[in-house]
Structures are given as structure tokens and as C-alpha cells.
Design a protein. Structure first.
Lengths: 114, 115
């Protein structure tokens, strides 16, 4: 079946602009995670949804970052007033939401802020 | 709090040689442990995981890892490296038990395989 998909695959924007990154999880997966991977680093957790609600948003770096999952499926990560330091690969993962909760990752969106 | 340390950001082996990638974790609760592989310009793919039960875990592509609680380690091994194993490997930990939650990743180890 289809895996986790993310769009766009690449996004180039200018400092100060607003961007939206989309994640389509595996059908039937109730849990959805966003991570950020900077060059030479492992993925870092941003936010986790169980259904429509954010169960844990402790990884969001500041209030410029926001994510939604209004119908419990597709999720959008929104970044306001982008900064050059936001440049990274943004990864989405989904899982069934039942322990041991194996997470399946999408290919990521590479965000470049000029 | 939980954390993961991967020793060696870059490991190089010859084709046919043993692969050993090291991972040590810190966790105040029983952990679940994972190894993921990332090929260039691709997403993370699960290699294997330890949750409960047998401490020697076998994964895809001939890889295996052993959970050693006394050493807080979860090293990844493969008896004979293949050129196609060249990739970046990430060890990750999360809370065990019935809870869900995010993964905490190490910084990764890039594996090179020489012909």
C-alpha cells in the first residue's frame, strides 16, 4: 500500500515569508509525528498528533511554528516569518497508534530559506 | 529523560567485512529501541526494533542488534558488508510500555563500503 507522502519535496523561500508543508499519512494510522533534520544531525521531534489533537507539541522551537490535523488524517506544518535557521529537512511519520507504535517515515520536505 | 549516543559519525569497512555500528542509550524507564537506515535523498526506513522479549533482534537485509541492559547498548551488526549497505544509520529510543510518543535519535553514523 501507499506509504507516507509529503509535499512539496523541495521548497525554497525568502526570509520572512510564510510556508506550509503537507503530510499524508498511511491510511488508518491515527498517530502522526513531525520531525526536523538539520544537516549532519539526527531527526529532532517537533510535534505529535493522536487523531485531530496535538498530544505533545513540546518540540516546536517557538511560536512561529504551528501544525494542524483537522480531520485526523492529513497534517500541515506552518511556519511564519521564516528565518535562515529554519532551513532543514522536515520529516513526517505515522503509526497505528497502538504500542509498540512503529513509526513509518515519509521522504521529507527540504526547506531552504534564502 | 532519554538520550542516544552513536559512537563514530563515519565508519568505513571493506566489502565482505563485519559491520559494527555502536549505539548507547540513556533511559529512566524501560526503553524501546530502533535502528533506521537512510539512503541518499530517501526517507528513514526501519531496520529493526527491540520492544520486549528476546534481546537479540533480527532485521531486514541481514542486520541484527542485541539489547544489553547492563551496558545500556544496542549495537547494530552484519556479518558481511555489501556495497548496497552504504547509507546513514540512526539509532533511536522511546518510552516503552503502553504509551506512545516521539523517538529520540542519535546523530547518525555514515557507513561506507569499499570494494
Amino acid at each position: 500500500g501507499a506509504g507516507v507522502s509529503q509535499t512539496p519535496s523541495n521548497k525554497v523561500t525568502e526570509k520572512g515569508k510564510y510556508v506550509e508543508l503537507r503530510c499524508d499519512p498511511i491510511s488508518g494510522h491515527t498517530a502522526l509525528y513531525w520531525y526536523r533534520q538539520s544537516l549532519g544531525q539526527g531527526p529532532e521531534f517537533l510535534i505529535y498528533f493522536q487523531g485531530t489533537g496535538a498530544a505533545d507539541d513540546s518540540g516546536l522551537p517557538n511560536d512561529r511554528f504551528f501544525a494542524v490535523r483537522p480531520e485526523g488524517s492529513v497534517s500541515t506544518l506552518k511556519i511564519q516569518r521564516t528565518e535562515r535557521g529554519d532551513s532543514a529537512v522536515y520529516l513526517c511519520a505515522s503509526s497505528l497508534g497502538v504500542s509498540p507504535d512503529t513509526q513509518y517515515f515519509g521522504p521529507g520536505t527540504r526547506l531552504t530559506v534564502l | 529523560a532519554q538520550s542516544v549516543t552513536q559512537l563514530g559519525s563515519h565508519v568505513s569497512v571493506s566489502e565482505g567485512a563485519l559491520v559494527l555500528l555502536r549505539c548507547n542509550y540513556s533511559s529512566s524507564v524501560p526503553p524501546y529501541l530502533f535502528w533506521y537506515v537512510q539512503y541518499p535523498n530517501q526517507g528513514l526506513q526501519l531496520l529493526l526494533k527491540y520492544t520486549t522479549g528476546a534481546t537479540l533482534v533480527k532485521g531486514i537485509n541481514g542486520f541484527e542488534a542485541e539489547f544489553k541492559k547492563s551496558e545500556t547498548s544496542f549495537h547494530l551488526t552484519k556479518p558481511s558488508a555489501h556495497m548496497s549497505d552504504a547509507a546513514e544509520y540512526f539509532c533511536a529510543v522511546r518510552r516503552g510500555g503502553g504509551s506512545q510518543g516521539n523517538l529520540i535519535f542519535g546523530k547518525g553514523t555514515k557507513l561506507s563500503v569499499k570494494p
